[in-house]
Design a protein around this ligand. Structure first.
Ligand code: TRP
Ligand code: SF4
Length: 400
């Protein structure tokens, strides 16, 4: 029933930069040949923080998808879609909101962090509090197994797992399941029954995986249980009898070490980014004027790559041989910084030639990209509707 599907989303916040490429996108490209993948534009998530400046979202959606294709995402292999074109996400979000404790959302670290960081915006909104639950709906609606995300998003995937577990616990039951499970427990004998109850509490209340394992082996060893009762007690241990929603796993994307042109982490909001499809003259100028080891004032001063952001770019872009050349000749003042930067400039420009080539057909004919997204939205919707049928039925809302 559960595939190995990969699902991830990105908020449309503007032209993507090299940090996005070497962080998230390169990883997506690799995953698309290993798993069935679905990648979507999280336009509702963008609205949770940018409800005051909606014009940026609309314009950015198409540009961002073109950047995905420029990076090598292949729409023939991968389903690409726009979150708001699959309204089932909103339906699942509403239904999950009925049974998600407020405290779970208030405790998500990004909730307070982002409110402090983006203090120029009023984020004391219902939508912003619900951000991680909407994300949970995005993931659960496709019964995804894996969610590639950066470190800051791992708590959201954790929350998604808890929401799925609770949903299955509350709604994934056969009629009379509780009574049948209680009858089955009696067959374990009083000592085992007590242990079983303990393991169950530890797992369900504290998420203690070891307790789950211990509970399962207790059931395996209980010889007088029939097949049906054993299955029931497996389910009762986990909190469900039927898994309606699947618990996903985060696939941690290694943090990109890409520095921006001022040496700080590359980020659009710091104004230090190089866009994926930036024009070559601008890229060249930005790298040529990048700061280097501050101790290397004169050409004759030896430098230290570890203190230099250009060295970080070499680590992303250069061969071992070139890296070796930098290490030796920086420390001996054998090369000047402009000379050192040249291989990086060449490598970035070469990478961008490919990005621009891949993007060109979509820039020439915008209808192409609309068609890709329409097709992806339709496929996503069919999958989402399948899950929603089960969810509605489990929650007593099967009216058709
Ligand atoms: N919150 C994610 C981010 O800011 C974007 C996102 C929305 C997402 N829904 C998702 C990521 C579902 C993975 C799965 O990066
Ligand atoms: Fe940085 Fe290269 Fe200059 Fe050394 S030679 S300080 S690594 S730019």
């Amino acid at each position: 029933m559960f595939s190995d599907r990969v699902v991830s989303g990105m908020r449309p916040t503007g032209a993507l930069h090299l940090g996005h490429y070497h962080g998230a996108l390169k990883n997506w490209v690799r995953l698309q040949s290993e798993y069935p993948c679905m990648f979507f534009v999280a336009d509702w998530h963008a609205l949770t923080t940018h409800y005051n400046s909606v014009e940026v979202i609309g314009n950015n959606v198409w540009e961002m998808v073109i950047d995905w294709l420029a990076a090598g995402i292949d729409p023939a292999q991968t389903i690409l879609f726009i979150q708001s074109r699959v309204p089932e996400h909103a339906e699942l979000h509403t239904l999950l909101s009925m049974c998600t404790p407020l405290g779970w959302l208030e405790r998500v670290p990004t909730y307070k962090d982002q409110q402090e960081k983006l203090s120029d915006r009023d984020l004391a909104t219902y939508g912003f509090l619900g951000y991680p639950l909407l994300q949970a709906a995005d993931i659960l609606i496709y019964r995804a197994s894996y969610v590639p995300v950066g470190e800051d998003q791992v708590p959201h995937v954790e929350l998604t797992r808890e929401v799925a577990r609770r949903f299955n616990h509350l709604f994934g039951r056969e009629p009379g399941f509780e009574d049948k499970a209680r009858e089955a427990i009696k067959k374990l004998g009083s000592k085992r029954a007590r242990q079983y109850a303990e393991f169950r509490t530890r797992y369900q209340e504290k998420g203690d995986d070891e307790a789950l394992e211990q509970g399962r082996s207790l059931l395996d060893e209980a010889q007088n249980l029939g097949m049906g009762d054993r299955e029931r007690l497996y389910g009762y241990l986990e909190g469900s009898s039927k898994l309606i929603l699947a618990e996903p796993q985060a696939l941690l994307t290694e943090a990109s070490r890409m520095p921006g042109i001022d040496g700080a982490k590359m980020s659009k909001s710091y104004g230090n980014a190089i866009a994926m499809r930036e024009d070559p003259a601008s890229v060249t100028k930005k790298i040529r004027t990048m700061p280097t080891d501050p101790a290397r004032v004169r050409r004759t001063d030896p430098g230290e790559p570890e203190r230099c952001p250009v060295w970080q770019l070499h680590q992303v872009y250069s061969s071992d041989e070139t890296c070796q050349w930098v290490q030796v000749n920086c420390r001996s003042a054998g090369i000047g910084c402009l000379e050192c930067k040249q291989p990086v400039i060449d490598a970035v420009l070469a990478e961008q030639v490919v990005f621009r080539e891949r993007a060109q057909p979509y820039l020439d004919d915008p209808a192409l990209i609309r068609a890709i997204m329409a097709d992806g939205c339709e496929k996503a919707r069919r999958l989402a509707q399948e899950t929603m049928r089960d969810v509605r039925e489990a929650m007593g809302l099967a009216f058709d």
